[in-house]
Write a protein that binds this ligand. Structure first.
Ligand code: SF4
Length: 256
């Protein structure tokens, strides 16, 4: 049995993109530098959560400046590429001052827990038949009408296909159900697009068929992990390149 204690959406998505890279990351534990976009996403996410938690009080641009500085400072190695610290800071401040984004956050009603705290970062863990390990995750937020919400910073706006093909939505729906909570049949993706510093909302219906399809994907990944199947990604994929893959040098893809 591989020394893997659980699966998650990000781990499954990683394997589906490139199983070899998954092995380098989760089994061989080869350290890889963080990217500015990853750190940006975390900083922006934290700002939005603080806005919700503190009942719309914070000065968002100021909060972003502090979060961004903290994320960068805490990181040992960052592959900056063409990005710069100042450029990403300016982008985050612009997004946090965007009327489009502030309006969306103001309208975002969030459910409360029994203790009156907003339902954000809600943990779930459940068993998917055929898996020897649990599947777990954190739901970004549950809306006041019971619908699950996810916060995503994206390079560009989404297409209908992005929303329809999301593996996360059906799995998080199944995850929240497993906690015994009454869940509707919709899922909201709150997308914060960096290219236009704007916001868009995608709401999709999650059918039983979509949940079954998502569990099937997870099972297929687990079978690959369990039986040591770690093929390389297709070289045609945009992420299989020295500028995107953190394991380019280790992989030996350059010489293949
Ligand atoms: S270089 Fe390509 S095949 Fe190798 S680990 Fe990276 S994405 Fe996978």
């Amino acid at each position: 049995m591989p020394p893997v204690k659980h699966l998650s959406v990000s781990s499954v998505g990683h394997y589906m993109k490139c199983a070899r890279s998954w092995k380098f990351c989760y089994l061989d534990r080869i350290p890889s530098p963080s990217t500015p976009d990853m750190l940006f996403g975390t900083a922006f996410h934290n700002v939005v959560e603080a806005y919700i938690r503190e009942d719309h009080a914070p000065d968002l641009p100021e909060l972003f400046r502090a979060e961004w500085a903290q994320q960068v400072e805490a990181c040992q190695e960052i592959a900056w590429g063409r990005r710069t610290y100042e450029g990403m800071m300016a982008l985050g401040v612009r997004m946090c001052a965007s009327p489009d984004i502030i309006g969306a956050l103001t309208r975002m009603g969030v459910a409360l827990t029994a203790t009156g705290a907003p339902m954000i970062e809600h943990f779930f863990k459940f068993d998917i038949p055929g898996l020897d390990v649990p599947f777990l995750g954190y739901i970004d937020l549950v809306h006041d009408d019971g619908v699950i919400g996810d916060l995503k910073t994206s390079r560009t706006c989404w297409t209908p296909l992005d929303a329809r093909m999301s593996l996360q939505a059906p799995l998080y729906m199944a995850g929240l159900r497993s906690t015994g909570r009454e869940v509707g049949s919709f899922f909201r993706h709150h997308v914060f697009a960096k290219d236009r510093a704007g916001y868009e909302l995608w709401e999709t219906e999650i059918t039983e068929e979509r949940i079954a399809w998502a569990c099937e994907q997870v099972r297929a990944v687990w079978m690959g992990v369990k039986h040591g199947v770690f093929p390389p990604s297709t070289s045609m994929a945009w992420w299989c390149s020295p500028s995107w893959c953190a394991y380019w040098d280790v992989c030996g893809r350059a010489g293949s």
